[in-house]
Design a protein around this ligand. Structure first.
Ligand code: SF4
Length: 409
């Protein structure tokens, strides 16, 4: 109970599984006492996941190019076409990294890159089909609406044709990057050349309609208002309402797991190094944690909520497990985009499992669709591979020292 009857009623309704309005979400975000907010969000997690399991994933983010024509102000990863530090990896290098990832237990790869002026649908078809042919067991959870719009524009085809072709080539799931902030004012301020938020939603809707499910992300802390953060999740919830109402699930498995449309929501915090936007407006830890809880209360139609230990730090990631989060995301065998902008937090398989267990949750290794691959009920069930650790930028930048992903020792 809090001192405010209106807030109590909203928290209770949300905790009971009822829907809250964007205005109510904003009130909770700005006014609700922290502990009451967290308790209500965790009530939802416990009802959704009474087994008390919190999942993690082993995957690798592999970048095919850093060349990009979109020049987002917050991005420290891209280089303009013809820049001396621009690069593209050949297929053999991408496949080598996939093979290395599989050796370390990865079940998924996230192929990410810039909007290269010459990369149309055909490039992505050969990228996805090349990976699928070499490693059919790997799920390809990659790219976002921005890349789909870019490739469709390069080749002069419709969004739907681009989606159908890359799905047929092997794309299993859209990663939902490029959402950043969907409302127009903050989006224009940080990514003036990117598609509008409405267009991002439109591409996701077409993908969901064609049986390609996704996750949804949000980058907070670039100067947006509290109300704009809530508007971002309002746009995603409305899009998911369409997916649920129309049964846009690809398979019986997806329908059973409630993972058609958006399977998960993943907010993370802006990193201010090496870009044109720089610092000063980053989200605080409390803003992030409060938003995590509000997201769990607001998204009555999205199954999973993921904490971002990469950008917020491992302590904050672990705290988020008490605010409605049921997934700690990936160990990230390789990550070069967010780490280029300053994210320094690294982890390893043992530590990720320890973070979940010491939060009084049961750790489980999952796949892309959140099927449990192994449940570590006791330490005797824990994996023993010491090689499964996070690696950042140094290994992906040609011209810099190349560190081997797997330690030779
Ligand atoms: S965020 Fe993506 S689209 Fe924007 S500049 Fe970076 S690589 Fe390009």
């Amino acid at each position: 109970m809090t001192a405010n009857r209106e807030i109590d009623d909203i928290l209770q309704r949300a905790a009971d599984g009822g829907r809250i309005t964007p205005e109510e979400a904003l009130l909770l975000y700005t006014e609700a006492p922290f502990h009451a907010l967290g308790e209500a969000a965790d009530t939802i997690r416990r009802r959704r996941y009474p087994d008390n399991i919190v999942t993690y994933l082993i995957d690798r983010n592999i970048n095919y190019t850093n060349v990009c024509v979109t020049a987002c102000k917050f991005c420290a990863f891209f280089r303009a076409p013809k820049h001396k530090d621009g690069w593209s990896h050949p297929m053999e290098e991408i496949l080598r990294r996939c093979g290395e990832a599989i050796d370390l237990g990865a079940t998924q790869v996230m192929l990410q890159g810039g909007h290269h002026p010459e990369y149309g649908v055909e490039y992505y078809e050969s990228l996805f089909s090349g990976v699928k042919q070499a490693y059919p067991q790997l799920k390809i959870h990659s790219i976002g609406p921005s890349e789909i719009l870019h490739m469709a524009k390069v080749d002069g085809v419709s969004i739907e044709e681009a989606i159908l072709r890359i799905k047929a080539a092997g794309l299993d799931s859209i990663a939902g990057a490029g959402a950043e902030m969907l409302p127009q004012r903050p989006r224009k301020a940080i990514a003036p050349l990117k598609e509008s938020g409405e267009r991002w939603i439109e591409v996701m809707t077409i993908a969901h309609r064609n049986g390609l499910s996704s996750t949804a992300t949000m980058m907070m802390g670039t100067g947006e208002t509290h109300a704009e953060r809530i508007e971002h999740i309002r746009m995603i919830r409305d899009c998911q309402d369409l997916a649920v109402a129309n049964g846009y699930q690809d398979t019986a498995v997806e329908a059973a797991l409630e993972v058609g449309g958006f399977r998960a929501f993943i907010p993370w915090t802006y990193q201010p190094e090496n870009n044109h936007l720089k610092g000063r407006t980053q989200a605080t830890t409390m803003e992030y944690l409060r938003f995590i809880a509000v997201s769990r209360l607001f998204f009555d139609n999205i199954a999973h909520l993921q904490a971002s230990w990469l950008t917020t730090g491992k302590d904050v990631g672990q705290l988020a497990l008490h605010l409605g989060v049921d997934d700690l995301g990936s160990i990230m065998l390789e990550e070069n985009v967010i780490s280029s902008a300053g994210a320094r937090h690294r982890s390893n398989l043992h530590e990720l499992i320890w973070m979940i267990r010491t939060a009084d949750r049961i750790p489980a290794w999952r796949d892309t669709l959140y099927n449990h691959l192994a449940v570590h009920r006791t330490e005797a069930d824990d994996p023993t591979d010491d090689r499964v650790v996070s690696h950042f930028s140094s290994i992906a930048m040609p011209g810099k020292k190349q560190l081997p992903l797997v330690d030779a020792k």
